[in-house]
Design a protein around this ligand. Structure first.
Ligand code: ADP
Length: 382
């Protein structure tokens, strides 16, 4: 591994790095993942001077980047990988951002690189189809569509092999880095929690099967949450959940058993018997509940459910490791804790939930590594 966690490179690649030296930021190899909720961008800058990022009006607002300080130094590419995201409904902001940095024009540091010549940008997600004409019209570029599942897997494998520390476990408020043994990575279950949820059994690079999924995902949390709380943004809804108490709305085992555990089948009095269950028995309207409690209950319900379905799929195939990605997670402690506890509880400690620091960018990274001649072929080899 190189000093920044990227695998050592061949001589040929080192010579590329020399070619790429530049006194000003140059950008190359923009790749996109245009999803149902968010557009994710990954691009490379030729040096570590990121002054351009801070220019007024040229970047998405910092709080909207979601994952601060998540740039990846990439000596093998002679630069730094940058990440940005925009809401899909604000696609014009994204186009402006690309234009302001001229991300669509730079791509020819490597003599062999072809994408600039053909005005091609690698793109994945449904929006690569839906918005192809818009990109052609506004930026004069063709979106070269890359398969979404392929990209999720390629992005996840890239991160797990090339970036350290990338994976971590989360339990009782404590984050712990996970060491990845490259020779013992597969098989694993990748659970991508975006608007919807995909569960993919990964056996190698390009070797995978989408074994399950659920439509109750991040989009459900945001959509239902917006209706129930009138929150104006996802971050606001997530923030609310910090100070909420789900027990106000959820029906617990203790509520049914007069404060007692149902210990015979291993249920404590605080186990949720029915999410939102108290709302049926009380003479209350929506306005009588605090948005904080609603958000907390909703987050708990969805995270629990995904954790449980994930575990059941891991069990189907005898997988011990489950990596969770997708922008629903947002490095949010309560979300990760709920998922980790669900996996731990249902598997009786046999399976482990792990999270990724660049959780939301798996698809975009997968599209990025699908460019030819970018120097990352070693990482794609197996
Ligand atoms: P997709 O590719 O389906 O858009 P993502 O991995 O980008 O999937 O995750 C989208 C989900 O991330 C949303 O449904 C929501 O739960 C969550 N999310 C995180 N940050 C935001 C945000 N700023 N705006 C909207 N949704 C967000």
């Amino acid at each position: 591994m190189g000093e920044n966690g990227i695998q050592a490179t061949s001589e040929k690649r080192d010579s590329k790095i020399v070619m790429q030296k530049s006194s000003v930021d140059e950008f190359s190899h923009l790749a996109l993942d245009i999803g149902g909720s968010l557009i994710k961008l990954v691009y490379l800058s030729s040096n570590n001077n990121c002054a351009a990022d801070d220019e007024e009006g040229k970047s998405p607002p910092k709080e909207d980047l979601g994952v601060p300080n998540d740039d990846i130094n990439c000596p093998v590419l002679g630069g730094k990988l940058h990440f940005a995201k925009f809401e899909t409904t604000k696609i014009n902001d994204c186009l402006e951002f690309i234009l302001s940095k001229q991300l669509h024009r730079h791509g020819n540091w490597h003599q062999e690189a072809v994408f600039n010549d053909k005005n091609i940008i690698k793109a994945t997600g449904g929006g690569a189809y839906k918005f192809a004409d818009l990109f052609k019209e506004k930026l004069g570029v063709n979106l070269d569509k890359v398969d979404e599942m392929n990209c999720l897997v390629a992005g996840s494998n890239f991160l797990l092999k090339a970036v350290h520390p990338e994976a971590f476990s989360y339990m009782d408020g404590k984050e712990e880095d996970v060491q990845i043994d490259h020779n013992d990575l597969y098989p694993y279950l990748l659970v991508n929690i975006g608007s919807g949820v995909s569960m993919i059994k990964v056996d190698g690079n390009g070797k995978f099967e989408r074994v399950s999924g659920t439509s109750v995902g991040g989009g459900t949390f945001w959509g239902l949450g917006r209706l129930l709380t009138k929150c104006k943004s996802f971050d606001e809804l997530l923030e609310l959940s910090h100070c909420g108490n789900n027990r106000v709305i959820d029906m617990l085992v203790g509520d049914i058993y007069g404060g007692m555990d149902y210990s015979k089948i291993g249920l404590t009095s605080t186990t949720i018997a029915c999410s939102f269950g108290k709302a049926i028995s009380e003479n209350k309207e929506l306005e009588d509940y605090r948005p904080e409690d609603i958000s907390r209950s909703l987050l708990r319900m969805i995270s629990n459910n995904i954790g449980q379905i994930s575990y059941l799929n891991a069990l189907r195939f005898g997988l011990k490791r489950i990596f969770f990605g997708g922008f629903f997670i947002r490095g949010h402690a309560y979300t990760m804790d709920t998922i980790a506890v669900a996996v731990n509880f249902w598997s009786k400690g046999e399976a482990k939930a792990m999270f990724l620091r660049h959780e939301g960018f798996l698809g975009a990274l997968g599209a990025f590594v699908s460019y030819e001649n970018h120097g990352l072929d070693d990482l794609k080899a197996n």
